[in-house]
Design a protein around this ligand. Structure first.
Ligand SMILES: CC(C)(COP(=O)(O)OP(=O)(O)OC[C@H]1O[C@@H](n2cnc3c(N)ncnc32)[C@H](O)[C@@H]1OP(=O)(O)O)[C@@H](O)C(=O)NCCC(=O)NCCS
Length: 146
């Protein structure tokens, strides 16, 4: 796993397009904009997966996380998420937030396995009939990533 740099934007966008449906894929320009936001950082494994996160004061959020279909169910999603949690803690955050489509079974199960708990719901957030769950996880040490 390696840090995501601005120079990686095109490759990151290529990975994102493999991991997400076309309507949800981020362009290289979108990747650059995300990485340039204050407090933003990313980690990725070339050809396999990426995670982007952002820290603002003591709160952090997952901006996106994706693993290409061929690399799924091998622990990379959990490893990327764990690295983002550790990175956010190291940057001073105490809590990590994220949003997930309530019907995204893979992601919902992954987040539950890493101790994220629901704190809210945004109705129709991903389109009509597709609610978002807002999840939260404390980052206070000792940080357990298993
Ligand atoms: C969600 C995603 C990142 C998971 O990546 P991954 O590398 O396959 O995840 P891992 O192999 O680390 O899985 C860790 C655990 O998550 C759960 N999980 C992962 N995929 C799952 C699936 N399809 N169904 C049920 N549980 C699943 C399991 O508990 C799994 O542990 P196990 O394999 O020991 O049973 C990947 O499916 C993905 O990129 N999906 C499309 C993009 C997306 O939806 N991103 C999240 C948006 S909020």
């Amino acid at each position: 796993m390696q840090p995501a740099l601005l120079a990686d934007a095109a490759e990151l966008a290529g990975l994102h397009a493999l991991a997400f449906p076309p309507a949800e894929a981020w362009s290289a320009d979108a990747m650059r904009l995300m990485l340039e936001m204050p407090g933003a950082f990313g980690l990725w494994r070339p050809g396999a997966g990426l995670v982007l996160s952002r820290v603002a004061l003591d709160e952090a959020e997952i901006l996106t996380i994706g693993v290409v279909p061929a690399a799924r169910r091998q622990g990379l999603g959990a490893a990327l998420l764990g690295a983002a949690l550790a990175g956010a803690l190291a940057r001073g955050a105490a809590t990590m937030f994220l949003e997930v489509a309530a019907d995204n079974e893979a992601a919902v199960t992954l987040y539950a396995s890493l101790a994220f708990l629901p704190v809210g719901r945004r109705r129709d957030y991903y389109g009509r009939g597709r609610d978002a769950q807002v999840l939260r996880r404390p980052l206070a040490p000792p940080l357990s990533l298993s």
